[in-house]
Design a protein around this ligand. Sequence first.
Ligand SMILES: [Zn+2]
Length: 229
Amino acid sequence: MTELKRLTEHIWYMPYEEERDRPNIGYVKGDHWSLAIDAGHSAAHVREFYELLEKENLPLPGITVLTHWHWDHTFGMHAVKGLTLANDRTDRHLAEWKYKIEKNGPQEFFAIHESIRKEYGANTEVIVKKADLVFSGKVILDPGGCTVQLIQTDAPHTDDSTLVYVEPDKTLFLGDSTCDDFFAGVKRADLCRKLADTIREINPEICVEGHWVPVNPEDTLSDLMNDMG
Ligand SMILES: [Zn+2]
C-alpha cells in the first residue's frame, strides 16, 4: 500500500514504484494554494495520488509542474485538477507524442517498455495533453509562505529538463535529469558537468530524483558524475 510521505515543512510526496515505472510525485503546500511536481504515468496514477492527498486533508494542487516530457511524468496530465505548467521544449515533445498517438494509436508507445504495458491495462486509453502554461528559462511561483523556482537546465537525460527548487525547504526536485539518455543510452560528460554546476549553484540540502528516495546533494552529484561517456 502506497503512502504519502512528508519530507519537510511544505513538502509531501507519493513514492516511486519500479514495477510500473512510476516516479515520485511531489507536492508543495503553500498558505494560499498548492502544487504538484509531475503529473504521473496515467489517470490511475493521478487518481491514487489525489486519494492519498484527500486522506491527509490536503488540498488538491492548483498547478502541476513538469520536470520533463517522459510519459511516466506527464501522461497523467489529462486527469489533473487545475493547470499544468511546462517549459517550451517539454511542451513541444508532448505535442509530438499527442500527434503521433492520435494519428497512429498507442502501439509505438506501448512498445517502448514493459512497465508501460503494465501501467496501461487492455482498453485503457492513452491521452496526451499539452501544458496549459508554458515558460522558458525560469519561473518563480509563490503559493503563499514559500517560494518555488522552476529552472530550465541542460542535462544528460533529455533536452527539456526543469529543476524545481522549493526555497525555504532547501529541497530540489530533479526529475530524471541526472540519468543517461533513455533512448540513446549515453550520458554526455559535458551535460553532466553543466547540470552538476547548476545543482552546486542552487546549493540544496535535499535532492529528490524521479525514481529514488530523497538523498543529500553529494549522493546525487556522485550518481550524476558516474558512468559518464
Ligand atoms: Zn525520464
